[in-house]
Each structure stands twice: as structure tokens, then as C-alpha cells.
Design a protein around this ligand. Sequence first.
Ligand code: FO1
Length: 445
Amino acid sequence: MAKVDVRRIKKLNSAEISGGPIVYWMSREQRVFDNWGLLHARELAGDKVPLIVVFCLVPSFLGATLRHYDFMLNGMQQVEKDLRKLGYDFVLLSGQPDETLPAFVSNIRAGAVVTDFDPLRIKQQWQENVGQKIDIPLLEVDGHNIVPARFVTDKREYGARTIRPKIQRLLPEFLEEFPELASAEVKGEGFPVVDWKQVRSSIKVDETVGPVDLIPGESAAHAALDEFVTYGLGAYAEKRNDPNAEATSRLSAYYHFGQLAPQRAALEVAARPTGESVDSYLEELIIRRELSDNFCLHTPNYDSLDAAPEWAQKTLSEHSADRRAYLYSYEDFEQARTHSALWNAAQSQMVHSGFMHGYMRMYWAKKILEWSASAEEALSITIALNDRFELDGRDPNGYVGALWSIGGVHDRGWKKRSVFGSIRYMNERGCRRKFDVDAYVRKWG
Ligand code: FO1
């Protein structure tokens, strides 16, 4: 049986393993294939005990709307189907994980629980509570980062420049092909198939933000990856900063919900002939993404301006009283009611498609800083809008992106100007140099 690298695994409590079924508590990595946590749970189950996969569905999650729950539940339904084909039970528990999961593992007299590494506060809190409440081991496996976040470094890194050599040194050891998930050797207890219709009608989330037309699930994620590698990757370096070219991979929602392993994408992209596009995609996929996990893991207040570097906090506070040429409220921003047709187009792309181009995300957030009463308010508006409308909201990448744009995280000081101080500035003229702004406004405005 394939062995999962021990450097991916951390024991979160001190209990000893017993002889009962192994529970894989799926959370961040919502997939059957290419999943280190699930593979480790399978390894522990061996030919001795059943493996049961559990997903804890919470009634509300950091402002998630129907758009997010719909995408996630459709993907999860596919997970259940694929698991059952391999002979595994799948159980969906509704409620708070730190209440439902301990009761479940005690009922079935489980032997150990394996779960996904996730640096978000809420997840760390769930895991801490579950670890304390159960009398069997709770093991965390990093199935998201290619080089495990806890192993690559034990501190917060300054930026891409400092984490890059650490990741690159270890990549040859960790960027390995995934083993296959073997089918079940020991039959489970035969838990009933989930009634997905009932699950869907039981969730009470904001339905005013509806589903978008990205096909959810693991097989759609693989198809999207294939399509990108075959048709999109070649032009990535040249066109990735052009929001009209749609040359980006559009895989971020699949990564966010764990329907696609970043490591799978890295393997596919790295297998292509080397060149600027391959290098620049791997930089985004590996270095930038893993830098975001590093930041959130070592910065518990990753969504607050207090998490910004000292120079950035100082410069923003020195400019806090600067006159704002325009001042908008959350509602103005949400409804795309600013004076800027370009900004409104970006907002409307996000509201209607659940996606905003990466280059525009930076411009969009920087303008929220420029047109809000304070930097604190700008950051909270940016995060609220991002989490509400982007399909990949409430992700370490999103929090770090917001703090990069507004709080100088992973950046350096630039030429001083009003409101921004030395936070890097962006304007429409810069956008016009890079792409056809009017075409973008015609499409989304
Ligand atoms: N994770 C869970 O374990 N249970 C949930 O019910 C759940 C809902 C949810 C809704 C929207 C969303 O964007 C994420 C959600 N996640 C849920 C967590 C998610 O899988 C991620 O792990 C984190 O948001 C990013 O690290």
C-alpha cells in the first residue's frame, strides 16, 4: 500500500489509535482522487478495518451564498458516487463539526480520524475542539500544498522572494505522482445513500446570489485542467494580464473547494515543454498559492489590517485624513454605482460570473482603498464583496490578495501619494497600457 510522506502529517491530539473504523473527515479537499488525506486514511484502514468518509455540512460558512453551496454540494454528490463505486461508505453530517463529528465517531467506535490541513481560523478552531472531544487520534494531512505548509518553514515569510528558494529546494521530493486509491478491502457498515434533494432543501443560505455556469465536480475540474494545458497554457505568459483574452486557467474555484489538487495541475503543467508560460503558471500555482497558506497559517488575524507590515500600517495611518476624491459605501460598491465604468465592469463581471480576472482584482481592490473612508473599511468591504460573489471566496488566496492590494503584504513601499501613502498605486491609465479597457467595459459594463 502506498505510503503518504510523514512530513505531510501532524497529530493534533495525544490519543492512541484503537482498532475501530478509520474516519476521513473531508473538508478542504473535496475529491476522491489525488487526495493525500484520503490516501493516508486508506493506509491506516489497510485490510483490517473499514474506512468511512464523512463530510460535515455547516448551515452557514463565512457569508457563503447559494452560489457556493450549490457548487460544493454538486461536487460532493459526485464524491459520494465515486467513493461508493470503490466500496466506501460516505456520510454527510449536518451541523457544527465539533458537535456532530465527536458524537459520530463515538457511536461507530472509530479508531482514528484523518482530516485536511487548512490554515483558516474557523477550521483550526473546529479541529482543536474535535481533537479535545474525541479519545482517538486526530491526524491532519496537508493535501493542498505541494511542499507541506508546516514543513517548508516554521515562520511567516516576507514574500515570494524568501519562500521561493525553500519551496524550490524541496519540490523534487514532493512533486511526485499520486498513488491510486485502492478499493475497499473491508466492507463498511452500509450507511444509507445521502438524500441530496433533502440536503439541498435543508440549507438556509442567501439565495439572492445564485449559481454560475461553471460545471462543478472533480471530473469537470480535470476536463478544465486538460483544456487549459492543451489550449490555454501556451499563451499564458503573454496574455495573462489581459482580462479580455481569458487566458487564465479559471481553475481557482476547483482548487478552493478541493475538487482539483494543485499538485495534479503542477504535474500536468510541468510535463509540458519548459518556457515562459510554464514558469509563470507554476509561479502562481505553487509559489504564490503556498505563500498565501504560509501567511494565514502564521498570521491568525489574516483578514485584518493589523496583519499588514509595520511600514504599511504607518504609511496608511499617516494618510488616513487625506481628502478622498470620491467616497462610496458598501452598497454603492456592491451595486457597481461608482463614477468609473472600468471599476463597475469588474464588479459586474464578479457579480454575474462568480469570477474576476486576477489583474482586475488588484485594480478593483486598490480603488476601494482610494474611495473608502478608511483603509480598515476598504479592507472589510473588499473581503465582504470577494467572499459574497467570487466562487473562490473565503480562501487564503483571497485574504492575502486583499491585504496585498490594500495593506502592502508581500510587497514593498512605492512612490508616495495621497491616500495610498507608499502602498503601490494602480490607475486606469496603467490598465489602458495593458489591455483594451473599452472592450472590457462593453462586455461587462
Ligand atoms: N467546509 C466544510 O467542511 N463544511 C462546509 O459545510 C463548508 C461550506 C463551505 C461553503 C463555502 C465555501 O467557500 C467553503 C466551504 N467549506 C466548507 C470550506 C472550504 O472547503 C475551505 O476549506 C475553506 O474555505 C478554504 O480553506
